[in-house]
Design a protein around this ligand. Structure first.
Ligand code: FES
Ligand code: FE2
Length: 446
């Protein structure tokens, strides 16, 4: 197999000599002062995901993104573009919209009835001639933010001087150009209130060192051996771990237990019994799988494979976008994870879980990876309290559920006088990298 060349921006994500060594102290997770500094210097300067372009099909369709105490509306325009406005009326500040929906005339304020067009310009007001400073209609405009689109998602930034979205994300859009992200269907959509600091998720998704302990069901399916993974990080703070989706050689299921890799091989007409031993099945089977997918994708309707390379067609680049978005790219799925801070409490966050699938012709039910089999259709949002797992029975036992079960205990540890800094393995280098990029924002280096 030909290895794809590394993007020139790539830093070795297993090499701590790329780092300064800033300590990852507990107060970063527990202090209100630190939380305020994150708002002042980081959250107000990065690009946020407001929603998906699939939610904004027609002019007037809009999404509302609440972030801590701020709120932003992104709305599809008549010319097909998308614009973002702060969700506060230009009269006396009332919130204009609470949930995603669609408008025709525009946004009518529930307080004194002012009507703001989709373009943010005030169209109508009661008693327009009663304003000594002049009729506000056609003159006042909602405060606008920069808005852009990547990966089938709508992004905005509160910072007028932020880099362009493509530069902010670099090199992620280039690296994932082969995935038809716009056509993915969100088959599972949940927002979960979780009792931990938002950074738990970025830390967690920046390493796979926890997988053997926390997710023992994974190694037979995604190779967890330390030297077969590729760890990459990029100057913007993003990073990824690329692991082959084949059984790890160092941990095996007992004889006689059905092996998940066997059913994957069978699905692509490869007989798992045709290999002389386990090692050959794992290594040669994985190469045969690539070849079979190349041969059969078209007739089986896997149109999303058309531009994927040999790595993408079978492997799993698990990707963190600084500071709080993780996307797991799988051959047939995208999984979007995001944590966002509670408006006041550093011990709490919301955890967004979107399972998306690339549609395959004739398929009615898809494997969502994090939430089991799901019908192939756009899902409705469910909002839940995690409640030590009791609030989300649908995902009980799934990988992401196992991560969430660890979240509260991790947050408790951050309060302990016994904890002062992490003692990281090389394969966890990206955890400290994340904190150093965060410090760059907080300390004025970015
Ligand atoms: S605050 Fe919106 S119309 Fe008065
Ligand atoms: Fe995990």
């Amino acid at each position: 197999m030909i290895k794809p060349p590394l993007h020139p921006l790539t830093l070795d994500g297993r090499d701590a000599s790329n780092l300064r060594g800033d300590p990852i102290t507990g107060d970063r997770y527990t202090s209100r002062d630190f939380m305020q500094r994150e708002w002042d210097h980081m959250w107000t300067r990065i690009w946020h995901v407001a929603g998906r372009t699939a939610e904004l099909e027609e002019p007037g369709d809009y999404v509302v993104h609440d972030f801590m105490k701020e709120s932003v509306i992104c709305v599809r325009q008549d010319d097909g573009s998308i614009r973002a406005f702060y969700n506060a009326c230009g009269h006396r500040g009332q919130r204009l919209a609470w949930n995603a929906a669609s408008v025709t005339e525009g946004f009518q304020c529930p307080y004194h009835g002012w009507l703001w067009g989709k373009d943010g310009v005030l169209r109508a007001a009661q008693d327009p001639e009663d304003f000594p400073q002049g009729n506000p209609c056609g003159k006042l405009k909602l405060k606008e933010l920069r808005c852009d689109v990547w990966g089938g998602m709508v992004w905005y930034t509160m910072d007028p001087d932020a880099p362009a979205l493509a530069d902010y994300l670099a090199p992620i859009p280039e690296i994932y150009a082969h995935y038809p992200m716009d056509t993915a269907v969100r088959v599972f959509w949940m927002k979960i209130n979780l009792n931990t600091n938002w950074k738990f998720a970025t830390d967690n998704f920046s390493e796979s060192y926890h997988t053997r302990t926390a997710h023992p069901q994974v190694p037979p399916w995604i190779d967890q051996d330390v030297d077969t993974a590729r760890h990459e990080m990029y100057p913007g703070g993003h990073g990824r771990t690329v692991q082959p989706m084949r059984p790890s050689l160092s941990d095996r299921l007992p004889e006689g237990v059905p092996h998940p890799f066997d059913s994957i091989l069978r699905q692509w007409d490869i007989d798992p019994g045709s290999f002389p031993d386990y090692e050959t099945k794992a290594m040669q089977g994985w190469l045969d799988l690539k070849a079979a997918k190349r041969r059969l994708w078209q007739e089986r309707g896997y149109v999303h494979y058309e531009h994927m390379d040999d790595e993408e067609i079978t492997d799993s680049p698990h990707t963190v976008i600084f500071p709080n978005v993780t996307i797991s790219f799988l051959p047939d799925n995208l999984i979007f994870f995001r944590t966002e801070p509670h408006p006041e409490d550093p011990d709490k966050c919301t955890f967004d879980l979107w399972c998306m699938a690339f549609p395959v012709k004739g398929q009615r039910v898809v494997e969502s990876i994090m939430a089991g089999p799901q019908p192939l259709r756009e899902a409705e949002l469910e909002v839940r309290d995690f409640d030590n797992g009791r609030g989300v029975p649908e995902i009980d036992g799934q990988i992401v559920f196992q991560d969430m079960m660890l979240a509260e205990g991790q947050q408790r540890g951050m309060y302990s006088r016994g904890y002062s800094d992490a003692y990281l393995s090389a394969q966890e280098t990206r955890v400290r990298f994340f904190h150093e990029v965060l410090n760059d924002y907080l300390e004025g280096r970015r």
